[in-house]
Design a protein around this ligand. Structure first.
Ligand SMILES: C[S@@+](CC[C@H](N)C(=O)[O-])C[C@H]1O[C@@H](n2cnc3c(N)ncnc32)[C@H](O)[C@@H]1O
Length: 248
């Protein structure tokens, strides 16, 4: 279904805007002023959450700014490790949001960190653009966990001519060695079992003293660990990343 830009099928009611809003890494004070304004004004807040983590982290960040009586909170639950199932969720989610948008309501699709970096908003953007190309979309950048982790750990990401890579995950030591050969700084996101295995080999790569682990940055449960050999499974959760520096 498609209508002219900015109007609904009858051409009279202005169509709402879909906002992709980055809500930062955890501290509600790390929201931008623009994100806060849009979140407060939107009739509908859409909060994505995975089947494996039924609480929306992004929603937890902004909850204190919502008006429970006047804003609809729509949760969109997507499967993990099922790309086809997830694609269906984004398509039907785009249809659900489009109903509100064609009715003139603005929708804020919230996402932790920045919406254009490893974010579910990218899937929604693709689905909305394909299914409802006339819907206006605006994207509000957020403070990424990458930037916040560098600030908390006081480890610079790059300076002068240095090269920085952000990797979604690593699958063992070979993957890590390859990246370290090409970049001065590597940020490893989605810390997982394989990554913890790779960490045990950082000594072998001469990087053990040059890496910092950051969990739940900017929240009360933030943990910054410079001696990554001391890390245990209990220290690590999904909201963890690692900054690895080649030259210390
Ligand atoms: C789907 S990505 C989302 C990235 C997000 N768009 C951003 O800009 O930070 C999820 C990964 O981001 C990292 N992450 C997100 N929030 C974090 C936080 N508060 N502290 C540390 N890492 C975080 C973790 O590596 C997590 O596995």
């Amino acid at each position: 279904m498609s209508t002219g830009p900015g109007t609904n099928a009858s051409g009279s009611t202005p169509v709402g805007t879909l906002f992709g809003v980055g809500v930062g890494p955890g501290d509600p004070e790390l929201l931008t002023l623009k994100a806060l304004r849009i979140i407060r004004a939107a009739a509908v807040i859409c909060a994505p959450q995975s089947e494996t983590r039924p609480d929306s982290y992004a929603l937890g960040i902004i909850r204190e700014y919502l008006d429970a009586d006047n804003q609809e909170v729509l949760r969109l639950t997507f499967p993990v490790d099922d790309p086809e199932g997830a694609a269906g969720v984004w398509r039907s989610g785009a249809d659900t949001l489009a109903q509100r948008l064609y009715g003139g309501q603005d929708v804020a699709f919230i996402t932790e960190g920045d919406p254009m970096l490893f974010s579910t908003f990218i899937y929604m953007l693709e689905a909305m653009t394909a299914e409802h190309p006339s819907i206006p979309v605006e994207i509000i950048p957020g403070v990424s966990s990458v930037m916040a982790a560098a600030a908390s750990s006081k480890v610079p990401l790059a300076t002068h001519g240095q090269r920085l890579a952000v990797l979604p995950t690593v699958y063992g030591i070979d993957d890590l060695s390859e990246a370290i050969a090409s970049y001065d700084t590597i940020v490893l996101m989605k810390v997982n079992r394989e990554l913890l295995g790779a960490l045990e080999n950082l000594d072998g790569l001469g990087l053990a003293g040059k890496s910092v682990f950051v969990r739940r940055v900017s929240t009360p449960s933030e943990k910054v660990v410079s001696d990554v050999k001391q890390l245990t499974q209990e220290d690590v959760d999904y909201f963890s990343l690692l900054i690895v520096k080649r030259d210390g």
